[in-house]
Design a protein around this ligand. Structure first.
Ligand code: 9MR
Ligand code: ZN
Length: 535
């Protein structure tokens, strides 16, 4: 085993904090240029034992070195992957993280002009039938595949587009002028919003005339590892849920706020869609959960309650309209004790709080706004405490290393960013950056969890097109689920021996869906954090 130095493998903005982690005893380190010259010398500091990795780590802080260029960190014989220092060091990563959504698109051809080598024919374009009444057929083509599988599920889709729209609301400078090279490029709307619109259009198709919303559309079982256009199984619309109904109302009301300035007619359509679902929610307070019916094996995304979803929907409608009756409704849900700082999937009340704080409707000593801010701040204090006691500066406890742990990591980054941007708690900003560094390689396996970004980036995610396309190179910009201390696959122990510490419970292996899958709602919090850093 060779010694490896862990670093953000894409790099650092010149003035940003820069800390490499060495999981072995070291007194000093060097910053070495790509050409092999030492350009900076520094002393390491001992951090000590890190429980989640089992490593005793040393840190190399070279924040004061700001010269743009490409470097490695070296100490003795050990080196780090190559990384950049520069104003543009993170640009490709942000763009790739967003362009990943183009690769997730369903229902259209991905052509070589926009997809490069990762083309495929239009997929999943046939009509879908209701699961319990096949005679009811509907066109619900479009949207993004959820993940490594080809299902399209409303609640995770709503969560992803909401996080993306909030990234846009809070960090427009990083996003509005991006040229994403998608078919809509040049149409007068920021490319970022055109990509998000692709999913919103699909979400609206999932609404029934009475305002309720189908929970998902998928084949009965997950497809084999084939290209999407080869997945020709019959498509089914699965029963409506009150979570899907509330989430659709919420994202459409949010979309109304975001798209109004670019396309009034589209914004109006979003608004009418939101109103229809919200009206159903008003008249139907009962919880309609979701469980896969017998014979359906695709993603379930069940939830135990819809109160957070309903709370979020009313908050968004208030933000969209300023109508106090929606605010009163939202407040009614605050008697329940769902988390107020969760940005989804599954628990989404934090988006209601974000909605209120960004509504432009809060007054100077607004009590509710104060309450939401202090909830974000107290959550950030807890997370800061975790990050400070982590050798890798990860705001993660042992239990956070479960299925999709990188979503948790990035959502914690979002909390820190929100504290800086909306709560006046600027001391948390650097912690958002540190979570991003962890994702990009400052972690116990020395892996960049974003495909195509970093010398040691993941290459074999559990992603059907990436595995079936016969192309060795991986589709870029995909965020892997990451370390999972309880992988569910029978073969997992071959790659991750029993007793492996939580932060090391990772393997870049296509079969391990509970470790190395990718999803639209694991990319979205990473987009949010990267946009925060680049705004
Ligand atoms: O992300 C989900 C994870 O939290 C659950 O434990 C797991 C099992 O229900 O399902 C995950 O979601 C998957 C979904 O069911 C289907 N698409 C891929 C998702 C990520 O693995
Ligand atoms: Zn498809």
């Amino acid at each position: 085993m060779f010694d490896m130095i862990h670093i953000n493998q894409v790099g650092y903005l010149p003035d940003s904090e820069k800390i490499a982690v060495l999981p072995f005893p070291a007194e000093s380190f060097r910053v070495v240029s790509a050409a092999g010259n030492t350009v900076f010398d520094g002393k390491c500091t001992k951090f000590g034992f890190d429980g989640n990795s089992g490593d005793t780590v040393y840190k190399a802080d070279f924040s004061e070195f700001t010269t743009e260029g490409e470097y490695r960190i070296a100490s003795g014989e050990a080196t780090s992957p190559l990384f950049k220092i520069g104003k543009n060091a993170l640009d490709k990563t942000l763009r790739d993280l967003i362009r990943a959504y183009y690769y997730f698109r369903c229902g259209c051809e991905l052509d070589s002009e926009h997809a490069g080598v990762f083309t495929h024919k239009a997929c999943h374009t046939s009509l879908a039938s209701e699961w319990f009444d096949h005679s009811v057929e509907k066109d619900v083509s479009g949207g993004w595949h959820d993940a490594g599988d080809y299902g399209r599920y409303v609640t995770p889709g709503a969560c992803a587009v909401a996080q993306l729209m909030y990234a846009y609301i809070l960090y427009p400078n990083a996003l509005k002028n991006l040229d994403l090279n998608i078919p809509e490029s040049g149409n007068g709307m920021p490319d970022f919003l055109s990509e998000v619109k692709y999913e919103l259009n699909w979400l609206m198709k999932m609404q029934k005339p009475d305002g309720t919303v189908y929970h998902k559309v998928s084949t009965a079982q997950h497809a084999r590892f084939v290209m999407p256009e080869k997945d020709l199984g019959k498509l089914y619309l699965l029963p409506v849920s009150s979570m899907a109904t509330a989430d659709l109302a919420a994202v459409c009301a949010l979309g109304y706020r975001v798209y109004r300035e670019f396309d009034a007619e589209y914004a109006e359509k979003l608004f009418e869609t939101a109103k229809l679902s919200l009206q159903w929610l008003d008249e139907n307070p009962q919880f309609i959960g979701f469980r896969n019916p017998e014979g359906c094996g695709t993603g379930g995304y069940g939830e135990g309650s819809d109160r957070d979803n309903r709370f979020w929907a009313y908050c968004e409608m208030y933000a969209a309209t300023g109508d106090e009756k929606y605010l009163e409704k939202a407040k009614e849900f605050l008697v329940y004790d769902f988390p107020r700082t969760e940005f989804g999937v599954g628990s989404i009340g934090g988006l209601g709080a974000l909605s209120y704080l960004t509504s432009g409707r809060i007054t100077e000593d607004d009590k509710l706004a104060e309450a939401f801010r202090s909830m974000f701040i107290s959550q950030a204090h807890r997370l800061k405490w975790l990050a400070d006691k982590s050798g890798y500066m990860a705001a993660m406890d042992e239990w956070d290393y479960g299925w999709g742990s990188n979503m948790g990591l990035m959502k914690h980054g979002m909390i820190f960013a929100v504290c800086d941007t909306l709560c006046g708690a600027h001391e948390f900003g650097v912690y958002a950056k540190r979570q991003f560094d962890v994702l990009m390689g400052v972690n116990a396996v020395g892996v960049s969890y974003v495909s195509g970004n970093g010398e040691r980036a993941i290459r074999r995610p559990h992603l059907r097109p990436a595995a079936a396309d016969g192309i060795d190179e991986c589709i870029p910009g995909m965020v892997s689920g990451g370390a999972n201390r309880r992988p569910v696959e029978e073969t997992a122990h071959k790659y991750i021996p029993k007793g492996t510490p939580p932060m090391k419970s990772f393997a870049d292996v296509v079969d391990l869906y509970s470790v190395n899958e990718v999803t639209i709602y694991w990319n979205s919090p990473a987009v949010f954090v990267a946009a925060y850093l680049l705004n």
